[in-house]
Design a protein around this ligand. Structure first.
Ligand SMILES: [Fe+2]
Ligand SMILES: [Fe+2]
Length: 266
């Protein structure tokens, strides 16, 4: 199977810039790239932070733009999203029976599971907590879907990274990930766990399972590894994951669709 992961689009209301960047324009570039190079993908998944401030107009702008995407698509949510607003704009079919943006997709004998790690923040109108959660309902759904996959290859996508990747502790990852990790450890063929949120391209191998993060659609984060450890925020490369997988192997390309590097002649 082949699938694409877009993340951290941080869509705004029409015409509104975010840190000097135009999220709608960058999404158009992503869609152009997918339609031109990856029209054969079985699926495009959106790994949360669909919008920056969970505005209805931003979700509507996203829905309009996705109308010209060639492959089919599915979305989950991030800490900058609001489940109620998302559900109103995209319809009740965009949420599962428990009201979460979780879905399972099968192609070529493999399964992609999209998990919803958004936890509501204080107040009803705003967006979520910085860190992510998978409650008992969401973890039970994962167990059921893994059971259904029956040992065949499974790919997991969610917004919040599960593992620490920085030299300094990051408090905004998936909270209490032990149960989630042990569910994955108990399945024979997890091909990868892909997340966004930290706006950074990384890969971590843990107990035979690769955990990836991608830079996503808006800003990227550069880790400073020197004595003044910290992170610097830069214009992002507009980075999606392109996952190509068969019985034998799974490849993840970090495919950049906003790339200012010149093409070289030789
Ligand atoms: Fe984000
Ligand atoms: Fe996020």
């Amino acid at each position: 199977m082949k699938f694409i992961v877009l993340s951290d689009l941080h869509m705004t209301r029409p015409g509104e810039l975010l840190a000097g960047l135009d999220p709608a324009l960058r999404l158009e570039m992503a869609i152009d790239r997918i339609n031109a190079a990856h029209g054969d993908a079985d699926l495009v998944v959106l790994a949360g932070d669909l919008t920056d401030r969970a505005r209805t107009l931003a979700y509507e702008e996203l829905r309009r733009a996705l109308g010209r995407l060639v492959p089919s698509w599915a979305a989950t949510l991030g800490n900058h999203d609001n489940r109620d607003v998302f559900g109103r704009v995209f319809g009740s079919g965009s949420l599962d029976e428990n009201g979460f943006a979780q879905s399972a997709h099968r192609a070529g004998g493999e399964t992609v599971l999209l998990l919803d790690s958004l936890e509501k923040g204080p107040g009803s109108g705003g967006w979520g907590l910085g860190s992510g959660r998978l409650c008992a309902l969401r973890l039970d759904w994962l167990r059921r879907e893994l059971e259904r996959a029956g040992g065949a290859p499974v790919h997991v996508v969610l917004h919040h990274p599960v593992l620490q990747v920085s030299p300094v502790p990051d408090p905004y990852l998936l909270e209490q990930p032990e149960e989630f990790l042990s569910i994955l450890d108990g399945y024979p063929d997890i091909r990868g766990v892909t997340a966004g949120h930290i706006h950074m391209a990384t890969t971590t191998l843990r107990r035979g399972i690769p955990y990836h993060t991608i830079a996503g659609g808006h800003a990227t984060t550069r880790e400073e590894f020197g004595p003044g450890a910290g992170r610097v925020r830069l214009e992002g490369p507009g980075q999606m994951a392109v996952v190509i997988s068969d019985e034998e192997r799974t490849v993840l390309h970090f495919d950049n669709y906003v790339d200012h590097h010149p093409v070289l002649d030789t």
